[in-house]
Ligand binder design. Sequence first.
Ligand code: FMN
Length: 231
Amino acid sequence: MKIAVFHGSPRKGNTYKATKIFLDELTKYRDVQYTEFFLPEAMPEFCTGCQLCLGNSNERCPHSQYVTPILNNIINSDALIFATPHFGACSMSSCMKNLLDHLDFLTMNVAPRVELFKKKAFIITTGAGSIAAIKPIKKYLKNWGINRVYSLGFRMFIDRWDKMSQPKQKRFEKKIRRTANIFYHARQEYPYISTIFMYHMSKFILRKYVGIGKYPYEYWKENGFFNKRPF
Ligand SMILES: Cc1cc2nc3c(=O)[nH]c(=O)nc-3n(C[C@H](O)[C@H](O)[C@H](O)COP(=O)(O)O)c2cc1C
């Protein structure tokens, strides 16, 4: 199983630690290999909002030198992991959001990739509001048509993992390892109702008018998405 891992913070702190335990457990299975992307290094430019990726092939993105290798890796992986600390009211880190903005052309009503409909993904967050940070990432991934999105949020009220009591560290570690095993064995399931809904909505919208331009319509037509559900 090939996995693309996105670390959403340059600080190798709580989220990194949780992600490493998760990966350590997964690599007990011999077929697991992973590629790590460290943000912001892997995506050092901010999305400029030019919308070139929404109205044209994503290669027109001014930052395609970073986007293309990430996209290829996502397409060639069987599973994806997104790890981010929780910042502010209910959000992911800015580098994680920036990555997702750069990949927004994958959304159902623009240029979804068929390969993504088979994949599973995992979101790891830390921070007291970690559950709130999971929600928007999940929404992005569901909009891409990812088959199943799993998550684990650690409500930790502490800035460093090793400041937690030993029993608490052990409890967290046990939970991470147990969830990693569940994730490894998770099989492709029936698509989310929301994915089916998004597909039909997008089909309706793209047929009626061309929105941002002709590109999404042409992409859908070329890929046969108007004739047949791609998942
Ligand atoms: C800018 C910033 C904002 C934060 N906002 C929150 C917050 O609103 N709620 C919360 O519970 N923790 C907040 N935290 C704390 C982190 O979410 C928490 O310590 C997390 O585990 C850090 O992960 P890391 O060690 O991987 O960086 C914030 C931290 C930073 C740096």
